[in-house]
Design a binder for this molecule. Structure first.
Ligand SMILES: [Zn+2]
Length: 116
């Protein structure tokens, strides 16, 4: 991870640290942030700019100066998976995307922490 990405992750982590959604703070020590534009050309991924898997955040393009909200959203998904490693991903199969409670929680986390 380059320095700018590391700093962006640290900013996102500080935002999530202000919330008490889960018992342990989000862990970023083993986090990977990868830019994989080709992935986001596939049908399922086309609608996203970022996507989180266990311990990994995938991005459509390199982080820019206005992407802190995006990164905070994706890091919140990492946090969710650190606490609910099966229930969280499975919920997308059961509940779909738009009204998924984890999705709503990640959006709320961004809104609640947007201002210092
Ligand atoms: Zn999301």
């Amino acid at each position: 991870m380059d320095r700018e990405t590391r700093e962006a992750v640290a900013r996102a982590r500080r935002r999530l640290d202000r919330l008490d959604l889960y018992p342990r703070p989000v862990g970023t020590r083993y986090l990977r942030v990868l830019v994989v534009p080709w992935l986001f050309r596939l049908p399922w991924f086309r609608r996203f700019d970022g996507y989180s898997a266990h311990g990994t955040i995938l991005l459509r393009r390199p982080l820019g100066p206005y992407d802190d909200d995006l990164l905070t959203h994706e890091l919140c998904h990492v946090w969710q998976m650190q606490h609910q490693p099966l229930a969280m991903p499975l919920s997308y199969l059961v509940r779909g995307y738009a009204t998924n409670p984890y999705e709503e929680e990640a959006r709320r986390a961004v809104e609640l922490t947007r201002r210092g």
